[in-house]
Design a binder for this molecule. Structure first.
Ligand code: SF4
Ligand code: ZN
Length: 274
């Protein structure tokens, strides 16, 4: 698994020898494994630097434990940690959004705000890359989700590395995107990594859960299904050239890059503020 991780980093030219990498660490198995692997790799590059970025979404009885596990791991590995919260950045929390969203799952808000929070934290510390712990299962699910949401161009615009030649956002890398979730769990256990295993009380999107079960069934019947999906997405990306670069403006409210007048996060924050 360590070899595959390194091969993915090299194949997609994810890192430079002097990168300052902001690793998004949630306290779950994926992000803690990613941090472990990146620290091992960083040891070979004295001019590189790693900072763990943790986001406190404000989820009572859940996020506290994860942040503590992240803190313990950072201390063990000697990695600097930066915690940012939805409260401090956006003036609200996921619990408050859940209470005001009339029974809808808050995940769609929470996911968009987390991306923005990680980006903010990366800019604050002057990071040159953001690394996230998305694994093969996450990626395969997202590809199908985008198809079922009628948004195939999102598949084309995403991928294991998101560079921005316009320099409007910090490039994002997913060094675990080739590794199945099961292998990450096993690796974490074998390394004695203590990770959060309880689920978020707000739950996940229902559609993603259905897709997860479907893909797991398919994988059992036809091993390699998940790999085939991500390879199909790679072919689409290779064929579609400039389609990956929509025109970006500055969000009229927060200044972040967006294809609309307001960015997705500002639209969402406005809708829950009413
Ligand atoms: Fe946020 Fe949903 Fe994840 Fe909970 S499950 S942390 S609400 S995205
Ligand atoms: Zn905005």
């Amino acid at each position: 698994m360590e070899d595959r991780f390194r091969r993915t980093v090299v194949k997609h030219h994810m890192l430079e020898y002097d990168d300052h990498v902001a690793v998004a660490v949630s306290g779950g198995k994926d992000s803690l494994t990613l941090l472990n692997l990146l620290v091992k790799l960083e040891d070979r590059f004295p001019r590189s630097r790693i900072t763990a970025v943790c986001v406190d979404e404000g989820i009572d009885g859940y996020r506290g434990e994860a942040l503590e596990l992240a803190r313990i791991m950072c201390t063990k590995l000697g990695v600097e940690q930066r915690v940012v919260s939805y409260r401090e950045l956006f003036g609200t929390t996921t619990d408050e959004i859940a209470a005001s969203s009339r029974g809808q799952t808050p995940c769609s808000y929470c996911g968009v705000l987390r991306r923005k929070a990680i980006n903010r934290a990366a800019q604050m510390i002057g990071a040159t890359k953001i690394a996230t712990g998305h694994n093969l299962d996450d990626e395969a699910q997202t590809i199908l989700l985008n198809m079922l949401h009628g948004d195939p161009m999102r598949i084309v615009r995403s991928g294991p590395i998101l560079r921005d030649p316009r320099g409007m956002f910090v490039p994002r890398i997913k060094p675990l995107y080739d590794i199945p979730e099961k292998e990450i769990v096993l690796y974490a256990y074998l390394n004695g990594t203590e990770f959060q295993s309880v689920a978020c009380p707000h739950g996940h999107e229902a559609l993603r859960n259905d897709i997860r079960s479907f893909l797991n069934q398919m994988e059992q019947k036809r091993p390699g299904t998940k790999y085939t999906l991500i390879r199909s997405a790679e072919k689409l990306r290779n064929e579609s050239g400039n389609a990956r670069l929509p025109k970006l403006n500055e969000c009229a409210k927060c200044g972040d890059p967006t294809t609309q007048e307001l960015c997705e996060a500002c639209v969402m924050l406005e809708s829950v503020a009413v």
